[in-house]
Design a binder for this molecule. Structure first.
Ligand SMILES: Nc1ncnc2c1ncn2[C@@H]1O[C@H](COP(=O)(O)OP(=O)(O)O)[C@@H](O)[C@H]1O
Ligand SMILES: [Mg+2]
Length: 422
């Protein structure tokens, strides 16, 4: 998958080719369409490549008069919230007005034809971007499919082995994730100190906490592993009681704060409510990737259809991560003996349904998670420490639950571009 899309006008093809050669040398994958290939139907293919890219670098010069191509590519990049890095050739003041309007607010880099390494600073900018954390939402309109249990367990398993700095965000008014990790008393202490996800939506900046409760007790990792506690205060946002302007402001605050948190954590995982609400929109518009847990059951298809509708609707109104790279569907709760008695082929049938789904067809994680008593939340204990799980999930299986959780988590996180180092 191309991670950098190079947008340029034909007059600047030489500079664009030089940039491509430089990025090739840096091991950065690029998408570069030769100028002579740009014609007619090609624009749809270009749009597709922009979608797949993480960053769009635009070569901007006085000669950027191929407004159709560059403008189209940049408009597409902006609609899909791609990072845009302008590299200016020559005098900035001579760049056409339509282009300086787009790149004006962005950090600019200059092409110095006399320098031996004219793209060096672009390389540094890309390295900084690459180091920023990734945001993943865990989403399904259905309740009880394992959103919360997988948020907790996939992150714990991966944190324990890869020692990845991780932040969990309990963005469900029911705040089960918080209750998995903390007692009622601790939870109320957090609320008294105004330490909750509500602060992500708050208008005043001073209300935003600088530190969050640590979860290091459930992982053997050393890198930070923290949770922004949930709160039932979020309920008012799901009911849409605020006026639209206040909601937009809250959403903007949420996106901006999550963006800043990317500098502190490699992985930010958001556990969502089982519905399409304002909270769902906030999370989707801030995410690079979406994990969709699916339980093998008779009506799981209905949940998936609803989800497909939401994705399409969201795509029309704004941003949603790309398909299929932007989604990972994980089948959770397979090999249930009780179900097998009544309906032996259910797991495979649901797998097949997902594979045939137009929207989610190619998103299925090859590792399914078993129905397992270690993944069942109980009222009295934190059931989540995968390191404590030594039981074989099936008597003769060579893979422990811990490894399955790690592998499924790593599969989804890799797709999202989460780095392996702390
Ligand atoms: N693979 C599994 N094996 C056993 N129990 C599970 C499994 N996945 C989820 N559960 C249990 O099912 C219930 C619902 O899971 P949860 O993660 O809370 O769903 P959601 O967040 O989607 O509503 C919880 O009690 C959880 O412990
Ligand atoms: Mg939940």
């Amino acid at each position: 998958m191309a991670t950098v899309f190079i947008s340029y006008a034909s007059a600047d093809e030489g500079v664009a080719r030089g940039l491509k050669a430089f990025l090739d040398g840096e091991g950065v994958s690029t998408y570069f369409a030769p100028a002579h290939a740009r014609s007619g139907q090609f624009v749809a293919a270009l749009a597709n490549e922009v979608m797949k890219a993480r960053v769009v670098i635009v070569v901007a010069s006085a000669a950027t008069t191929d407004q159709t191509w560059v403008d189209e590519e940049l408009t597409f990049a902006r609609t899909h919230h791609k990072e845009i890095i302008p590299i200016v050739v020559g005098d900035y003041a001579s760049i056409p007005a339509w282009l300086s309007f787009i790149i004006g607010p962005l950090q600019r880099y200059y092409y110095d034809s006399k320098s031996e390494q004219p793209f060096q600073r672009i390389g540094e900018a890309l390295r900084l971007l690459k180091n920023r954390g990734r945001v993943i939402s865990v989403l399904n309109m259905k309740g009880g499919v394992g959103k919360t249990i997988l948020t907790a367990n996939l992150s714990t398993a991966v944190h324990a082995r890869d020692d990845l700095s991780t932040l969990l965000v309990d963005f469900d008014p029911q705040h089960n994730l918080t209750q998995l990790f903390f007692s009622l008393v601790r939870k109320e202490e957090f609320w008294e100190k105004k330490l909750s996800v509500a602060s992500l939506l708050a208008e005043e900046d001073h209300a935003f906490p600088t530190e969050f409760p640590s979860l290091l007790s459930v992982s053997s990792g050393a890198a930070s592993f923290e949770l922004i506690p949930g709160t039932d205060q979020l309920l008012e946002f799901t009911l849409g009681l605020q006026d639209p302007i206040a909601l937009e402001r809250a959403k903007a605050a949420f996106k901006q704060r999550l963006g800043a948190l990317r500098d502190r954590y490699r992985l930010i995982l958001i556990d969502l409510n089982p519905a399409a609400t304002f909270l769902t929109r906030c999370a989707l518009e801030s995410s690079d990737h979406v994990i969709v847990p699916v339980r093998p059951e008779q009506f799981s298809g209905v949940g998936l259809n609803l989800l497909a509708k939401l994705i399409n609707y969201q795509r029309k109104s704004g941003f949603v991560p790309d398909m299929p790279g932007g989604f990972t569907t994980i089948l959770n709760g397979v090999g249930d003996n009780q179900v097998a008695v009544a309906d032996a082929g259910l797991d495979d049938r649901v797998r097949q349904n997902i594979a045939e789904s137009l929207t989610l067809g190619r998103t299925l994680c090859p590792i399914s998670l078993p129905k397992n008593r270690f993944l069942r939340a109980t009222a009295t204990s934190i059931p989540l420490n995968p390191l404590g799980v030594t039981a074989w999930y099936r008597p003769h299986s060579p893979t422990t639950l811990k490894e399955l959780l790690y592998n499924a988590g790593r599969f989804a996180f890799d797709r999202a571009g989460v780095l392996h180092a702390p």
